[in-house]
Design a protein around this ligand. Structure first.
Ligand code: PGA
Length: 259
């Protein structure tokens, strides 16, 4: 894995049923059968469809991410799914720290830290979300909020050279709102996130083993303006990733830049 690639992640959330999931995955497989390493296209279907999508995408360069994991490998944790179980399906990516999980199931930064460690333990690539709420931003607390999240997420994380982490700046107010962050502000936030990481880890490791992406109301009209920024190496897309026409359009735009 290297951070010269561009990363395009479609987070399908709980939006699609089984036929919807399989139809979309199949159509994308057909349309994008010849991607090279310069673009990592990653789909995050609901957990119950991970195995089906994995089978369906066999032979395709498209990758798969879990939307969530638990922090233990196994045990008495009713309803949870472990990184080990996900890894055994042949899946290499997992999202952690998405703000919807913080809002709807009260996931804390400490829990996210444990999940992050568990994902890395399986040699999977975490897609780690950080971002401030509208109110925090209004009060000028954005940087403090980002710093606190990062501190708690990475507190017990020991990184080695084989680890690779996708850091997604996802301002909560921009997610699903139709109001994306200004690309310049997203880039600045990525710099800030990188700086905080450099306080915790060796500079060389941060330079080599992290990549910075943006998420929040990305669509076919604004995707290029994010990817055009030096620091921003990809996007995490929710709403616009469940519509084949829109998502294909976005993928083609990013493909052009990646070449
Ligand atoms: P959105 O979702 O593209 O619908 O705003 C982004 C996300 O949840 O990461």
């Amino acid at each position: 894995m290297n951070n010269n690639s561009l990363f395009l992640i479609g987070n399908w959330k709980m939006n699609l049923d089984q036929p919807g999931t399989e139809t979309l995955a199949e159509a994308l497989k057909e349309e994008f059968s010849r991607l090279t390493d310069s673009l990592q296209l990653i789909l995050a279907p609901s957990s119950i469809y991970l195995e089906a999508v994995k089978k369906l995408l066999e032979g395709s360069p498209i990758k798969i991410a879990a939307q969530n994991t638990f922090w233990e490998d196994k045990g008495t944790f009713t309803g949870e799914i472990s990184p080990l179980q996900i890894k055994q399906l042949g899946i290499d990516y997992a999202i952690c720290g998405h703000s919807e999980r913080k809002i709807y199931v009260r996931e804390t930064d400490e829990m996210i830290g444990k999940k992050l460690q568990a994902i890395l333990k399986q040699n999977m690539y975490p897609i780690v979300c950080v971002g401030e709420s509208f109110e925090e931003r209004r009060q000028g607390k954005k940087n403090v909020v980002l710093a606190n999240q990062l501190k708690k997420y990475f507190k017990n994380v020991r990184l080695s050279d084989k680890d690779f982490i996708i850091m997604a700046y996802e301002p909560v107010w921009a997610i699903g709102s139709g109001q994306a962050c200004e690309p310049a502000e997203a880039e600045e936030a990525s710099y800030i996130i990188k700086q905080y990481l450099m306080e915790m880890f060796p500079t060389e490791l941060v330079n080599k083993n992290f990549v910075f992406i943006y998420g929040g109301s990305v669509n076919e009209n604004n995707v290029t303006s994010f990817i055009d920024k030096d620091m921003i190496r990809g996007v995490l897309i929710g709403g616009a990733s469940i519509n084949l026409e829109l998502f294909s359009q976005i993928i083609k735009l990013v493909l052009k830049i990646s070449k």
